[in-house]
Structure formats: C-alpha cells, structure tokens
Design a protein around this ligand. Structure first.
Ligand code: UDP
Length: 382
C-alpha cells in the first residue's frame, strides 16, 4: 500500500476526497479497477473528433455555489443548456413536460393559466401523498401524459412497473406551465470543454496522491490501512452477505455517421415497443465545436449481472430492506467510510456527489484533528 489512507474508486467522490486530504497535507492511495479515472463520467474523443460521454450523457448542473466554484478550479466549464426531445406515438415533443408539450399533445393553444387548470382537471387529485412513481405522475400530469411520456420509458429503464418504483425518481423532472424547455432548473449548467476525465485527472494531480488503475482491491487486502474511503458498491464491500442489491446497467450500441443525425443531444423514445430508451448524439453536447462526423449511442437498459457496470441503484422495497442491513453493518464497521452513488446506493447527480465528498473530507479532517473516529456513513443512505 503506497499510503495508509486508501480511496477505492477514482470517480468524483474519490478524487475530491483525495484532493482535499492532499491540500491538508495528507497522502492517499487512490485505486480503481478500470483503466481510466472519472468513473461513469469518463469522456473520450473518438477519431472523428467527437467527445463521447463513454457511459452515457453527463450534464453538469447545480445550485450549489461551492460545488460550482470547486469544479471550475480544475477545468474550463462551458455554459450549456440541456434540451431533450421525446418521440411518443409517432410524434416528437418537447421535454420535460412544459406548455409546448401540453399544447402539442392535446392540439390546443392554452395559455399558462389555462394549461394549469386543464392539467389540474386531468390530474388525479385523490392522491394526497404520492408513494410510487405512478402516483406521482398521475397526481402531477394525469393519465394521458403519464402514459405517453413516462409509463413506457420507465418500464424500459427500470424493468419494473412504475407502481413499484419510488416517487422520488419522477420528482427529478420538472413540469412547467411555460415554454421554458431547459431540462434542468439549476442556475449553473455546463459541460467541460475538454471532457470530465481531464477534470478528475487535475484533481488527482498532486504529489501527495498516488493513483493505481486496473486494480481491484478487497477489504481484506486493505486491512492494514489507517482508513478506507469506499466508493464501490456497498454490497460488494460486505461480499453480498445480505444478498446482492439490484442495479440497472446500460448497453450502448455505438455508431458513426456524418452530418446531423437527430438535431439534438438526446432523443428519448417513450413507447414501450421501441426496445431502446434513448439515442444520444454526442457532438451536440459541445455546440462550440464543429465536426463533419457524428457519433451516436443507442441506449438499452437491463438488470446488472455480476461483472456488469452498475449505473442506477433500483431501490425497490426489497432492496431497501437489504440496504437497511448493509447500513447497519456499515455503522458497526470501523476504519471505513462509504460514499458516492454506489457506496451509499443512491441515485446521485455529479454535483451532489462532489458536495458530499467535500463534506466527507471535511469531517475526516476534523475527526483527525480532534482525535475522534470517523463515522462510516456521513450521509443517510436510507
Ligand atoms: N423518464 C421518463 N420519460 C422520459 C424521461 C425520463 O419516464 O422521457 C423518467 C424515467 O423513469 C427516468 C427518470 O424519469 O429514469 C429520470 O430521468 P432522467 O432524465 O433524470 O434520467 P438519467 O438521465 O439520470 O438517466
């Protein structure tokens, strides 16, 4: 072990903690099983010049001032407004659901106030506290929009009925009664000019950080470590002793073409009989560049099998019960801190990951200064 503090995973969580510790004079060893840093945010330029989001679309968006300032220290973030289109029932619509979507879908010319009233009449007002994804959709947009835009896509993306998924997944998407069609509400939205990987490399570029790639480590191999920060799957750390937690993985079919294939970065396919969920045309993430060629990803979602890359924690009731057991095991463990999307089994965006990693690092430094043990879970994974 090159340093007594070991950070497992070189994604945003691991890189931020390593950097913060290094800035405070503490050396660490960052180890990752893959051949590159940046985890699922990894980007690569293809031979046609297009910057590809290798593990699917990653758009940086945040309302956290400190996170925005932080990421800007490590690379050039170019303002970018993410807009998504959706194909449903043979027509193309604007997403997230906004006044244009409502008027297009119902063939109307409603004003914002009229649309609000119209949707309120269509929505299911009997649902007080939405528990499932379906409840949430029926309460906020009503059955027709739910069936056109959410039901099929969600079934394909998660492999289970929207009645079995938490409402929080839909709460990620806004519903707007204006023509504002930006996918996110956050004040800061950007894409790094040179991709995410150089940003993470810059975070890790410090004399007190040693990075080893292409190496998987087990907790046993790290038993001599003074402290381990674990951003791999929490169930993997405990060898799946309470059963494997469910994750969705993605398969991307990559193809190349010339010109402009679809005229937008992401086209969602909401019909359940179209087998893929979306097509990403990567060059539209960098509108400041110009390329003759174009690279496309057709995205398919399925249940992750052992050895597959985990993308999304499913968090159905069954998994939440298992998670409770893993969280208890984590609370009883010492010398290890779980963090990130996989370490805490939560559907985290990049900005929240960075924010929490900054908090984890700060807590570690405070505990060390005060000679207190570091808690294994700084955030509530449940
Ligand atoms: N979703 C949907 N229809 C769409 C887009 C999203 O039903 O056209 C639902 C789906 O369940 C998805 C969730 O909203 O998993 C969150 O969407 P988001 O775009 O945030 O997903 P990500 O880009 O993180 O995969």
């Amino acid at each position: 072990m090159p340093a007594p503090i070991v950070i497992v995973g070189a994604g945003f969580s691991g890189a931020v903690v390593a950097r913060e510790l290094a800035e405070a004079g503490i050396a660490s060893w960052v180890v990752d099983g893959r051949s590159h840093v940046a985890g699922n945010a990894h980007t690569e330029r293809r031979s046609n010049g297009v910057m590809v989001h290798v593990y699917g679309p990653h758009i940086f968006h945040t309302a956290f001032e400190n996170v925005w300032k932080y990421i800007n220290k490590f690379g050039d973030m170019v303002p970018y407004n993410h807009r998504v289109k959706a194909t449903s029932g043979g027509a193309v619509y604007s997403l997230p659901v906004n006044l244009h979507t409502i008027n297009q879908f119902f063939g109307k010319t409603l004003s914002p106030a009229e649309a609000q009233q119209f949707i309120a009449e269509n929505a299911d007002s009997s649902i007080d506290t939405p528990v499932s994804f379906e409840d949430q959709a029926l309460k906020f947009v009503g059955r027709e929009l739910y069936e056109a835009f959410f039901k099929g896509y969600t079934q394909k993306q998660w492999g289970v009925s929207p009645t079995d998924l938490p409402a929080s997944i839909l709460a990620r998407l806004p519903v707007r009664f204006s023509y504002e069609d930006s996918y996110f509400n956050h004040p800061y939205q950007a894409i790094p000019r040179d991709g995410y990987t150089p940003i993470v490399e810059a975070m890790l570029d410090h004399p007190l950080i040693e990075v080893t790639l292409n190496k998987t480590v087990t907790p046993e191999e790290l038993s001599d470590a003074e402290h381990v920060f674990w951003s791999g799957p929490i169930d993997e750390y405990f060898k799946g002793k309470f059963g494997n937690l469910g994750y969705r993985t993605l398969d991307f079919v990559e193809s190349e073409d010339t010109g402009d294939f679809q005229g937008c970065p992401v086209m969602n396919y909401c019909d359940v009989d179209v087998p893929y969920t979306r097509i990403t045309e990567h060059k539209h993430f960098a509108p400041w560049e110009s390329h003759e060629g174009t690279t496309l990803y057709t995205e398919y979602s399925r249940l992750a099998e052992p050895g597959d890359i985990a993308y999304y924690p499913i968090r159905q009731v069954k998994e939440k019960e298992q998670l409770l057991q893993y969280v208890q095991a984590a609370q009883e463990a010492s010398g290890v801190t779980f963090m990130g999307r996989l370490g805490t089994y939560r559907y985290l965006d990049m900005d929240v990951t960075i924010k929490e990693a900054l908090e984890v690092a700060e807590m570690f430094l405070n505990c060390r200064r005060d000679n207190r043990p570091m808690p294994p879970l700084v955030v509530d994974a449940l």
